[in-house]
Each structure stands twice: as C-alpha cells, then as structure tokens.
Write a protein that binds this ligand. Structure first.
Ligand SMILES: *[C@@H]1O[C@H](CO)[C@@H](O)[C@H](O)[C@H]1NC(C)=O
Ligand SMILES: *[C@@H]1O[C@H](CO)[C@@H](O)[C@H](O)[C@H]1NC(C)=O
Ligand SMILES: *[C@@H]1O[C@H](CO)[C@@H](O)[C@H](O)[C@H]1NC(C)=O
Ligand SMILES: *[C@@H]1O[C@H](CO)[C@@H](O)[C@H](O)[C@H]1NC(C)=O
Ligand SMILES: *[C@@H]1O[C@H](CO)[C@@H](O)[C@H](O)[C@H]1NC(C)=O
Ligand SMILES: *[C@@H]1O[C@H](CO)[C@@H](O)[C@H](O)[C@H]1NC(C)=O
Ligand SMILES: *[C@@H]1O[C@H](CO)[C@@H](O)[C@H](O)[C@H]1NC(C)=O
Ligand SMILES: *[C@@H]1O[C@H](CO)[C@@H](O)[C@H](O)[C@H]1NC(C)=O
Ligand SMILES: *[C@@H]1O[C@H](CO)[C@@H](O)[C@H](O)[C@H]1NC(C)=O
Length: 673
C-alpha cells in the first residue's frame, strides 16, 4: 500500500515537473530560420559539458553543407500527373501510414520507454502520439543484437526490469562484446501499458544464440500479456553476421542457418503457450549473405507458413572504425566526406535495389516485407551527418523509395547515448530530469512519411523520376483511393548566393495523361525546413518543432502553418516552391486537403499526461479515454501557462528545482522503506 502511494506521488511529482518544464522548453524561443544555432539557456550549456558532448547522441560536430552541384539541376520543372491511378504506371502496393516505425535496442528500453510498467517516459508517449495521430498506429520492435543473449529471470536486484550481466560475455573482442541481458516480466507489462495509452504495436525477439536450449519465454509472455498488441516475433538477428561476431563457427553458412531456423520453428510450434507461432519475422539478413542464396536453400518453401514478415536489416554505410579502433575496419571515416552520400536520391535507390526481387517474392507469398532495422550508418552513425537536417531529407526520400519499392514498413533504429542517429534520445542518464530529450531530425521524417501515406491504407506511391531523374530534386506522387492525393518534393541542396530553391509546376490531368485537365483551384503545402542541411537544432514541420537538443518533451510546439497555393486552372498549373534545403508535402485532392485541416490534426492526446490539472487524477484509463478529446484539455502551447506564455521563467525554473528535490527525496524514501 505504502509503495503504491509513493508511486502515485512519484508520478504526480513527475507530471508537476513536466508541466512546468514546458516553460524551460520555451526558453529556446520561437524558431528563427535565420539565426544560428546553439541558442540560449540550458541547451547550449549542456552541449558544452565535455562528458556530455563526448557521447555521440549529443555531439557538437557541425559540418559544412556541400557546394551546389555542378552542373546545377534545373530549378524550374514541370510535373504532369494523371488524376486517376489507372493512368499512372509503376504504383506500389497499398501502403499504411505506420510505414516508418522504430527499432529499439533491448538494452536501452529502460532509458527510452520506461523504468517499469508504472514509470513510463512521457516524452516517449508524446512522440508516439505525434505519429499515431497521423498514421493510425506505430510499430516498434524491441530487440537488436541484445535480444540474442536475453533471458527471463524472476527478479533482479533493486527491483530492476532489465540488467546487463557482464559476467557472461559473448562475441568477439575486436567488434565489441555483448553482455547478456536479464529481464523480468515487467518489460512486457511496460509495453502493454504503453499500448493502453497510445496505439503502439510491438515486435519482440526470440533469442537464437543457443538452439539446443531454446528460450521461448518472451513469446509465451508476449502472447499472454500483449495479446493483439504483439505483431510478431523475430527469430534470429543478422544471422549472416553470427560467424564474424564469433557466435558461430567461421564456416557458418546459409545451410547451417536453414537447419537451425528449422529447430527454432519446431520448438516454437511445440510450445503450446505460444499462440502466434506463425507470426515469425525472418531472416533479418544484414547483407553479408544475399537473400537469393538463402531462398535457394528452399527456406521459403520450408518455413513461409510460419513467417508473417520477411525482414532485412541494412544501413547504407558503417562507422565501425570509430567505434572499434582495433577491429580491423581501417581508417576512421570523415563525416564531412561521407555527408554528400546522404544528400542524394541515389542513396535510397541503391538501398532498395538488392531487395526488389525479394519484395516481389514477399508480395506473391502474401507476406509483409520490412526493413527491420535501418538508419544512416551502423556502428553509431556519423556525428554531424546522422543528426543533421540532411539525414531528415535522406530518410524522407529513402522511406518513400522503400514504399514505392513495395517494402511494407521500415524501422529506424534507436541505440543508446553513444550513437548519433537516434530519432529521439532521453537526457544523459545520471542528469536530472531538467535536461530534456533530444529529438533527432529523422523523427521529422517519420512524421512526414506518415502524413504522406495517411490512414486510409490505400496509398500507393510512385517515384516520379522528376526533373529528368535529377538526384537532388526527387519527387513522389501518392494515390489514395485511386486518386492523386499528395505529392512529396525533396530539395537536397542548400541555398548559396540566393541559388538552390526550385519551382515545380504541377499539372493534374491534361497534357500527356490521357485525361481531362483536373488541377484544383488551390493546393495546400506543408514544409519540412531548416536553415541548412547541416543544421542540428532548428528543424520545423509546418512551422512546428519538437525543439532543439536537450529541449524536447515529445510534443510539437509553435503555430502550425499550412501554405495555400492558388492554382491557375485555365493554364492547368500550380507552382510550388521548394526551398533549399527542404521537403514539401503538397495536398492535392479535396479529400487530402480536408484531412489536413489544422484543427483536425492538433490532437496530441497524451499531452494530457504532462498536464498538471489532468494528471491530478492520474487514472491511466482516464488518459486513454482522453484520446481525441484534447479540445477539452488545456493544451500546452495554446493555453495560459503553456509553452506560449513567456511569464516569469525564473520562477518556473525554481519550482522545477524544488520539485526535483522533492522527487529525489521521495525516491530515497522508496528505496529505504
Ligand atoms: C518504477 O521505477 C521507478 C523509477 O525508477 C521506481 O521509483 C519505482 O519504484 C518502480 N516501481 C516498481 C513497481 O518497480
Ligand atoms: C501498468 O501495469 C501495471 C501492472 O500490470 C498496472 O498495475 C498499472 O496500473 C499500469 N499502469 C499504467 C500507468 O497503465
Ligand atoms: C546464450 O545466451 C544465454 C543467456 O545469455 C547464455 O546463458 C548461453 O550461454 C548462451 N549460449 C550460447 C551457446 O552462447
Ligand atoms: C562512444 O563512441 C566513441 C566512438 O564513436 C568511443 O570512442 C567512445 O569511447 C564511446 N563512449 C562511451 C562512453 O562508450
Ligand atoms: C510493386 O508492386 C506492384 C504491384 O504488384 C508492381 O506493379 C510494381 O511494379 C512493384 N514495384 C516495384 C518497384 O517493383
Ligand atoms: C555522470 O557521468 C559522467 C560520465 O560517466 C561523469 O563524468 C559525471 O561526473 C557524472 N555526473 C554526475 C552528476 O554524477
Ligand atoms: C488500416 O490497417 C490497420 C492495420 O491493419 C487497421 O488497424 C486499420 O483499421 C486500417 N484502417 C482502415 C481505414 O481500414
Ligand atoms: C519561383 O517562382 C517565384 C514566383 O514566381 C519566383 O519569384 C522565383 O524566382 C522562382 N524561383 C526559381 C528558382 O525559379
Ligand atoms: C511559426 O511559429 C512561431 C513559433 O511558434 C511563431 O512565432 C510564428 O508566428 C509562426 N509563423 C507563422 C507564419 O505563423
């Protein structure tokens, strides 16, 4: 009873803190596209603390935007698009708004998701809500390398949910040893609780490090505790790296894996506690083996009935020499040198190319085909690249390229504090809750892609090969319910000497489309913007932002701005400007425009969690029921005392300090009770 009361108090205090914390956030001030970064307050100070900026998630590396391409692409070009899908060739299969999700390394769950089922990270909930508002649900994989060594235990010291057990270490010395991971059932209850607050669906990993002693508990518990909120179980993570990670003999090959996977499948089917035995995710190759070589073993004939998601894991590059200086990876790569590799449509095109055949096979078999773990670069990403606006544009283009190529989803990886590619990173662990979250530019890409695809499950995507196929100015069209709904435009260039932006003249119907002209009277446009591709803090989506580094609570703040562009219906044209750098989402059809009414999209339901008045009652079911009814709650950012009130920040800050002190006191009470 006592501990329950303390917990309640705990959550209350946290919410008190957070509601005031909004003001701290506002200190960073409104977005000013022309100002340089590293603005004010706690943000700059924290970035200057040596041990913090030494962690890759908070690095201060700032690169030079590449020079304008030479020759320059045309900065004025036309897109003539049929209004009806039947007149457009090359459309993808129907895609869902939850296309982009997250892959969260199992070892960082406590930091990112929550300490236990009763202590959930509110910024994490807010970030998910920003996506579920746009894409219906969000898919999250909890796993990674650490899933392979994970074991269920009854309890852990200090009531912990997850603990690394460094006494048992596997893997090679040169490429890092993975400590084994112990977890308790609390992990599953935590995920269930998250799903009760936001529409999150989970993929879990069944360890495959030892096929003579199967550890299937995660699936037994997953089925029992998560029910329909678990989408599937990944069996084996990057088996084509088992040998090089010294987890299998050097001779380990596709046939050995085929055999071992069979052992896993049989074990899973024999376990009567596992209901979802046919919802496996495999083979999750990293790319060292060609998928076709595995298919040639008869793998799909043998196992496809057990597999619901055919998965691959791939990053376009690696930064392993930085992470493992003695790992035989050669010289450390220079982020400035690799930067341009991400600022081009060619990156996404190259990424999907090896998988087109397999995506087609998956479609024939009626399976999902997912990029189950991906991001800018493995081994932690490139500081200055992976956390720059350039990576946001890269991920928009890559995501839409995967959708066009008939992938059915992609999960951006979230590592720990020492990787630079995270979509979101909690504050450094041993710091107080003052220092808030850092939202990475790729988080905005997930929002962009969710809005581009919408919630109808009918969106089909086509790469328009725009501007003569120029790599710096890609464009995609999205047909929904068989009608042109939205157009996505990307500009990878950074303006220099007033040059870099482009104008695209859109015509719907007419021209060569074989249709009557159908250009609407106006289109609406949302922009993803930052001052340059190397920007790390000042990123906006439709003028809203999650805030700069150390300044996010997971909610978009600021006034949403949706541009209305009048078209010339007699000429059948609409001209949309795409700034350099930037991405534009053009809402073309009446339905797409109506769905994007700002008053309809600003429903960040879980802001309730951070609302002081609302959390007074703290009943989690009340939070769940507040979904979609945020009009009733004083939203920070629109209400008195919210993000937009610039009043007495100092007083607020000291309140926060006070609450934090109390917070620590309560914590101490709890431990020593
Ligand atoms: C949950 O985690 C919080 C924060 O670490 C801790 O204070 C609390 O005791 C934990 N609750 C349970 C039930 O373990
Ligand atoms: C989370 O889960 C625990 C255990 O299942 C439950 O007692 C608690 O009420 C839940 N809390 C929230 C915030 O949903
Ligand atoms: C697999 O992982 C478990 C749990 O960490 C460990 O106890 C076991 O020794 C490992 N087995 C092999 C063959 O590596
Ligand atoms: C973080 O990664 C870098 C390599 O990028 C490494 O040199 C450093 O030791 C790591 N820091 C920690 C705390 O692991
Ligand atoms: C995606 O699937 C559709 C439907 O089968 C097909 O027409 C299209 O060519 C495929 N796209 C690619 C890039 O393979
Ligand atoms: C937090 O951890 C860092 C790195 O381990 C250390 O340098 C620093 O002193 C710690 N700070 C506090 C307040 O404990
Ligand atoms: C879209 O698909 C999801 C997942 O399958 C489903 O939950 C949702 O209801 C579907 N939405 C519509 C509008 O059919
Ligand atoms: C785009 O169109 C606007 C409005 O007509 C014009 O002012 C601007 O110069 C054009 N930009 C380019 C790059 O053509
Ligand atoms: C964009 O947001 C900022 C910060 O909220 C606000 O000051 C500004 O007025 C907004 N821009 C427009 C055009 O509304």
């Amino acid at each position: 009873m006592f501990s329950r009361a303390v917990l309640l108090l705990f959550v209350l205090l946290q919410s008190f803190w957070l509601s005031y914390g909004v003001t701290v956030y506002n200190q960073a001030g409104p977005m000013n596209p022309t100002a340089t970064s590293g603005s004010s307050g706690s943000q700059a100070t924290l970035g200057n603390v040596g041990w913090i900026s030494a962690l890759n998630a908070y690095n201060n590396v700032r690169l030079q935007p590449p020079a304008l391409p030479s020759p320059m692409p045309s900065t004025s070009f036309a897109l003539v698009l049929p209004n009806q899908a039947q007149h457009m060739s090359g459309l993808s299969i129907p895609q869902r708004g939850d296309f982009y999700g997250f892959s969260i390394e199992m070892s960082v769950v406590e930091q990112v998701i929550g300490k236990n089922a009763s202590f959930i990270q509110v910024p994490f909930l807010n970030l998910l809500a920003a996506l579920t508002d746009r894409g219906n649900d969000v898919r999250i994989r909890v796993g990674g390398n650490t899933q392979e060594m994970a074991s269920l235990v009854n309890s852990l010291p200090n009531n912990a949910m997850i603990a690394k057990d460094s006494s048992v270490v596997t893997g090679s010395v040169s490429t890092g040893q993975t400590p084994t991971l112990d977890y308790t059932t609390e992990l599953l209850y935590l995920l269930a609780n998250v799903s009760s607050l936001v529409n999150a669906k989970w993929y879990l990993g069944i360890p495959m490090n030892d096929t003579t002693h199967l550890r299937l508990q995660i699936a037994e518990l997953g089925d029992a505790i998560l029910g329909d909120n678990v989408l599937g179980y990944q069996v084996g993570n990057e088996p084509d790296l088992y040998a090089s990670h010294q987890r299998r003999p050097d001779t380990y090959n596709v046939q050995n894996y085929f055999d071992e996977f069979g052992v896993m499948v049989n074990g899973i089917h024999d376990d009567k506690q596992i209901k979802n035995a046919n919802k496996l995710v495999a083979p999750s190759l990293q790319g060292t083996w060609k998928a076709e070589d595995l298919w040639a073993t008869g793998y799909l004939d043998a196992y496809s009935t057990s597999i619901s998601v055919m998965a691959m894991e791939h990053y376009p590059d690696q930064n392993c020499a930085a992470e493992f200086p003695n790992g035989g990876f050669g010289d450390i790569k220079d982020p400035q040198t690799v930067f341009p590799n991400y600022l081009t449509h060619a990156s996404g095109v190259q990424m999907v190319q090896p998988y087109l055949n397999s995506a087609g096979i998956a479609q024939q078999l009626g399976k999902e085909f997912m990029m189950f773990e991906t991001n800018t670069a493995s081994c932690g990403g490139f500081p200055g690249v992976s956390d720059s606006f350039g990576s946001a544009l890269w991920a928009v283009d890559y995501g839409l390229q995967m959708a066009y190529s008939n992938f059915t989803g992609a999960l951006l990886h979230v590592g720990g504090q020492n990787v630079s590619y995270n979509p979101f990173t909690p504050p450094p662990t041993n710091l107080s809750l003052f220092e808030k979250w850092t939202v990475g530019p790729v988080m905005y890409s997930t929002i962009f892609v969710a809005e581009a695809l919408g919630t109808s499950n009918t969106s089909r995507v086509v790469d328009l090969n725009a501007n003569g196929g120029n790599e710096f100015t890609p464009a995609y069209a999205i047909y929904e319910h068989d009608t042109l709904a939205r157009i996505a435009l990307v500009n990878f260039m950074t303006e220099q000497g007033g040059v870099g932006s482009y104008n695209v003249t859109i015509s719907v119907g007419g021209g060569t489309t074989g249709e009557a002209t159908a250009t609407p009277a106006q289109v609406k446009v949302k922009y993803l913007l930052a001052p340059s591709v190397s920007e790390k803090d000042q990123v906006t989506w439709a003028n809203q932002t999650f805030g700069g580094r150390f300044a996010a609570d997971g909610r978009l703040s600021g006034t949403e701005v949706i541009q209305t562009i009048n078209c010339d219906q007699s000429a059948n044209t609409c001209t949309v400007t795409v700034p350099a750098p930037g991405a534009a989402l053009v809402f073309v059809s009446a339905a797409a425009q109506a769905g994007d009414d700002p008053s309809a999209t600003q429903t960040y339901s879980t802001t309730a969690v951070t609302n002081r008045v609302a959390t007074m009652t703290i009943d989690p079911t009340a939070l769940a029921h507040s979904n979609g009814h945020m009009g009733d709650m004083p939203l920070a950012g629109t209400s008195k005392g919210g993000a937009n009130s610039a009043t007495s920040t100092h007083a607020m800050l000291s309140y926060s300090r006070l609450f934090y002190l109390l917070f620590g006191l309560v914590q101490a009470l709890f431990w020593f009770r």
